[in-house]
Design a protein around this ligand. Structure first.
Ligand SMILES: [Zn+2]
Ligand SMILES: [Zn+2]
Length: 327
């Protein structure tokens, strides 16, 4: 089968690799229907961060159909439509024993520490899968994982009655926005430098303010860009006294920050790492009404064109939202 593999920073190749096989009794083989390129895939592609061996098939956001099950698998059968839980955790450290898997001391992700989903099929332990109704189109079902990331970020604070700002209308920013709208949150500004992405959000016909550079002060800010300019300049200007910033975007380099500003303004900075128990909630939201989220999928490309997907997302104009790869 064809697979998009990471070789070294900035080097991705389409390789012919052997079809993945079930090797353990708790494993399930899934024929990939759709796989999303994540912001963290872009981070990995540019830096080589998190990769434990090369070459490795990338990709951790996927939907597909079960084609084979290991002898001990009870919860799935051939033909089930499923989505993936991207996390690879140890089950043994103190966090895993407390069921806080996203804090696992050796947390890794599919496509970084083992073969991923940018291929015709994937073999994963049954615990890495959730069933999803077949009525949800496969490219939108592949949004379940990033939607769980968005839900986890939202769950870090209380949104009621707050002036909310979202930095970035990429997939995570757009999903946070879509969930907040669905929950009836009304005072939302979304700041995005890409004209294309602002256009996509404006088509959702929400009352949100859509802008390149935000004006005024906010009580709660979601930072999804990983941009140095946002963190050092725009975010401090937009935070009101005692306001909170939830950080979701990955920053490509270390930065100096004036911590005295945090003290003097009473700000709270909260990191939001991956997701915890939000994946079933994400599946339910998609099953209930996937149309609330379908604007987030902007492109569908065959896996042989994976490089084009990465180039599209990494270009300064960012004329894409979620790029979905189809085997
Ligand atoms: Zn992801
Ligand atoms: Zn662990």
């Amino acid at each position: 089968m064809k697979a998009a593999q990471f070789f070294k920073a900035n080097t991705l190749r389409i390789e012919e690799v052997p079809d993945t096989q079930i090797e353990e009794k708790n494993q399930v083989k899934v024929k990939i229907s759709a796989a999303g390129i994540c912001g963290s895939d872009l981070h990995v592609y540019r830096s080589g961060a998190y990769i434990t061996r090369t070459p490795i098939t990338m990709g951790h956001e996927f939907s597909g159909q079960v084609t084979e099950i290991g002898d001990k698998v009870k919860d799935f059968k051939v033909g089930d439509c499923v989505i993936g839980d991207s996390r690879v955790y140890c089950y043994n450290c103190r966090y895993c024993l407390a069921k806080k898997y996203n804090n696992c001391e050796s947390l890794g992700f599919l496509g970084e520490v083992c073969e991923g989903a940018f291929a015709g099929s994937i073999v994963v332990p049954a615990k890495n899968l959730l069933k999803i109704c077949k009525d949800v189109p496969a490219p939108i079902a592949a949004l379940a994982e990033p939607l769980a990331v968005a839900l986890h970020a939202i769950g870090k604070s209380i949104t009621e009655g707050k002036r909310i700002l979202i930095f970035g209308a990429g997939p995570i920013g757009a999903l946070i926005h879509a969930v907040l709208i669905k929950r009836g949150v009304s005072d939302i500004t979304i700041a995005e430098i890409s004209e294309y992405r602002r256009g996509v959000i404006s088509e959702t016909q929400s009352d949100s303010i859509i802008t390149a550079i935000p004006e005024g002060k906010f009580d709660l800010i979601f930072e999804t860009t990983g941009s140095a300019i946002v963190l050092k300049d725009l975010l401090p200007k937009a935070l009101d006294k005692d306001a909170e910033a939830i950080l979701v975007g990955l920053f490509s380099k270390e930065m100096l920050f004036n911590f005295t500003d945090i003290v003097e303004h009473g700000w709270k900075f909260i990191g939001s790492n991956c997701f915890d128990k939000e994946l079933p909630m994400a599946v339910k939201l998609l099953e209930d009404n996937y149309k609330d989220f379908q604007h987030v999928v902007s492109h569908q490309l065959p896996i042989i064109n994976t490089q084009d997907g990465f180039d599209l997302l990494l270009s300064p104009e960012a004329k894409a939202m979620k790029v979905i790869l189809i085997p």
